[in-house]
Design a binder for this molecule. Structure first.
Ligand SMILES: Cc1cc2nc3c(=O)[nH]c(=O)nc-3n(C[C@H](O)[C@H](O)[C@H](O)COP(=O)(O)OP(=O)(O)OC[C@H]3O[C@@H](n4cnc5c(N)ncnc54)[C@H](O)[C@@H]3O)c2cc1C
Length: 383
């Protein structure tokens, strides 16, 4: 086997085996796509599969509604991934036999006073200028679409191409589809070290055992820079960004249809009756405590745009750590460390980006081509 570095891509001749560190949506989705191509894939997860940030997420696939002033590069891939999601979900359901609760009803971004309405109007004008398919609604028009909006909503933007998915069902489906494709899962398996090597990179477990393969993929989410064996400066620069989120249960006649995003919270209704209301965004290191202030803010922010949640049962509270890179954009591709590929830093959009990321990771690793979708997100930009 020959390993030569060509620009940002390590060309590894005929990849047959891949070890993936991390069983979140990124590791599982990439593993599934690789295994479908006949690669021998092992995923190592220190806890249970799919219980990290990917489990806590709300399930929004909101490329259009979330396009912000400084996020054009991110938007390009968000939009592409959103476009790939319906086929990705369909294939995943076929391969796993698990329904992933896909919904395509769109997102309403709402304002509930004049200041927020002005800010929303500026964002709307910017999004229109970027060619995004969004429409402006008066408060009354918005309530005609979604009667559960608060009477005080003064204006709204409808992003009708945005979708949503049941991210927990996706994780369950990925576990099944990955195994059906021949992949091997190792739970309760903490990887402590990576042993870079241009021919056979290794991973070392906390019990001292090790496994080699043609390529190692680091998809360990917010913990991606905790793995030893990579020199300082060569680790993916990822930090945890804490998110608290609550789960409510719909009861008749409350039947919210749209994903609703307000100034201080969002609400995401799922087909099984759950409504996720979130989320905080806190720079608190690896702290995963539920706090009174965090939950208070989310509930107040949700209640002021959809007051009907007041009487719903609060069934769960989750805390997830988003993997945020130094510029908050993903870190994708072969690193400068021989045989080691980074797939991390998906921050607020890992569920949305997983469709595109998984397919392009498999393409880069199996076919030694450079994905143009990752060109703005290479690990080398931090050198
Ligand atoms: C509250 C909240 C709401 C969100 N809502 C959305 C949303 O609506 N839409 C969206 O697109 N995104 C959303 N996100 C962001 C999204 O959840 C993340 O971007 C995505 O889950 C990241 O996936 P991941 O696989 O990289 O990380 P994770 O899901 O965290 O998976 C990483 C896995 O690696 C494992 N691991 C770590 N270190 C090791 C090791 N050394 N050895 C073995 N295993 C290891 C961990 O245990 C973990 O299971 C949200 C996030 C939060 C917190």
């Amino acid at each position: 086997m020959i390993n030569t570095a060509v620009s940002t891509l390590q060309v590894i001749m005929s990849v047959n085996s891949v070890n993936i560190i991390g069983g979140g949506i990124i590791g599982l989705a990439a593993g599934w796509q690789l295994a479908r191509r006949g690669i021998s894939v092992r995923i190592f997860e220190r806890g249970s599969m799919g219980r990290g940030a990917s489990f806590a997420a709300a399930g929004m696939l909101t490329a259009d509604a979330e396009l912000g002033f400084e996020e054009k590069k991110l938007y390009r891939v968000s939009r592409e991934s959103l476009g790939r999601w319906p086929a990705f979900a369909h294939l995943l359901e076929e391969d796993s036999g698990v329904s992933v609760g896909y919904q395509d009803q769109g997102t309403l971004v709402v304002a509930n006073d004049r200041d927020h309405e002005e800010a929303l109007r500026r964002m709307f004008d910017f999004q229109l200028g970027e060619g995004v398919d969004v429409s402006w609604l008066s408060g009354e028009e918005a309530r005609d679409l979604e009667p559960f909006l608060a009477p005080g909503i003064t204006g709204a933007v409808l992003a009708s191409d945005d979708h949503a998915v049941d991210n927990r069902a996706v994780l369950e489906a990925l576990v099944t589809a990955f195994q059906r494709a021949g992949g091997e899962l190792f739970e309760n398996s903490l990887v402590t070290d990576v042993g870079p090597d241009e021919h056979r990179p290794r991973i070392v477990m906390d019990d001292g055992s090790d496994f080699d393969a043609d390529v190692v993929v680091i998809a360990a989410g917010a913990w991606s820079n905790q793995i030893k064996g990579l020199e300082n400066g060569k680790k993916p620069p990822v930090r945890p960004v804490k998110g608290q989120i609550i789960e409510l249960q719909k009861v008749n006649p409350f039947d919210l249809k749209y994903v609703v995003r307000g100034p201080n919270a969002y609400l995401v209704p799922h087909l099984d009756g759950r409504i996720m209301v979130g989320a905080t965004s806190e720079e608190m290191g690896y702290d995963t405590r539920v706090t009174a202030g965090g939950i208070y803010k989310i509930l107040e922010g949700g209640w002021e745009i959809v007051p009907g949640i007041y009487d719903l049962s609060l069934t769960e509270i989750f805390v997830g750590l988003r993997p945020g890179s130094r510029d908050n954009h993903p870190i994708m591709g072969f690193s400068d460390v021989p045989g080691v590929y980074f797939a991390t830093g998906h921050f607020r959009h890992g569920i949305l980006h997983s469709a595109l990321s998984a397919e392009e990771i498999a393409l880069e690793i199996c076919e030694s081509v450079e994905s143009e979708w990752f060109s703005d997100f290479r690990p080398q930009r931090f050198a």
